[in-house]
Write a protein that binds this ligand. Structure first.
Ligand SMILES: [Zn+2]
Ligand SMILES: [Zn+2]
Length: 243
């Protein structure tokens, strides 16, 4: 077995296909915002596990009920996502899903969602790549936690892939729709699953649709989270919550 990142042979069998060195070197999201997983500054090492931080924006407009993203989207984490997305590499998908599952167990302070909804890719993208990376992550996680998996609840209309758009254009593209076959969610606790969480625009749109379908709580589970545009690690809002 080889390490996914450095290609060195792994002596001890590891389910995540990483050598101990590369596992430790991953850019972990050590102090994420509770509602959007934005990486925030770690102010007090000793209190890290007990604190629940919330970023300034989420104080007034929380992105989701709970958000988890185990990794900051840079270096090795960005490499794993790239391999998953553009090379359809399943071992990377499994490893990222395992890291997400660990984060869910560590951070989850209430009940788990009962249904996972991967962010749909556009039909053209699905045909071109033959693959939806978010659906692969959601499938692994649904199996891990033995909860529902709904890859066909929503659909995405065509339109250019997000990468080629400016932020302003992104706000107006990526239209999602519920499929006619979608059943009402009747107050269900749902989690949106995506590979990378960037501006949150996609999540807000998908979240709105899920609420229209009747979802009670909407969480977000992502593998990586991009740092803030202006400040790599902003401090948490001065208000701290003991939940
Ligand atoms: Zn390695
Ligand atoms: Zn936030």
């Amino acid at each position: 077995m080889q390490c996914l990142l450095c290609q060195q042979a792994i002596v001890t069998i590891s389910a995540d296909h990483l050598c101990p060195h590369c596992r430790l070197a991953l850019p972990f999201n050590r102090n994420p915002c509770l509602h959007c997983a934005l990486p925030l500054q770690v102010l007090d090492e000793a209190r890290e596990e007990r604190d629940t931080s919330i970023c300034a924006e989420c104080l007034t407009k929380p992105l989701a009920n709970r958000a988890i993203a185990p990794l900051v989207h840079r270096h090795e984490a960005a490499h794993l996502i790239h391999r998953l997305k553009f090379h359809r590499s399943e071992p990377e998908g499994r490893t990222l899903a395992m890291l997400m599952a660990t984060q869910v167990r560590l951070r989850e302070m209430g009940s788990l969602p009962t249904l996972l909804v991967p962010v749909p890719v556009a039909y053209a993208t699905a045909v071109h790549r033959g693959f939806n990376q978010s659906a692969l992550l959601a499938w692994h996680l649904a199996k891990t936690f033995n909860i529902g998996y709904a890859p066909k609840l929503l659909a995405r209309q065509g339109g250019p892939a997000q990468r080629s758009l400016s932020r302003g254009q992104r706000l107006n593209s990526a239209q999602f729709a519920r499929r006619s076959s979608a059943k009402p969610l009747a107050g269900a606790h749902v989690a949106i699953v995506d590979d990378v969480l960037t501006t949150g625009t996609t999540v807000r749109r998908v979240s709105r649709l899920l609420r229209q379908l009747g979802a009670g709580f909407v969480d977000v589970w992502c593998a990586t989270r991009t740092p803030s545009l202006n400040d790599d690690y902003p401090t948490a809002s001065t208000q701290r919550f003991d939940l």
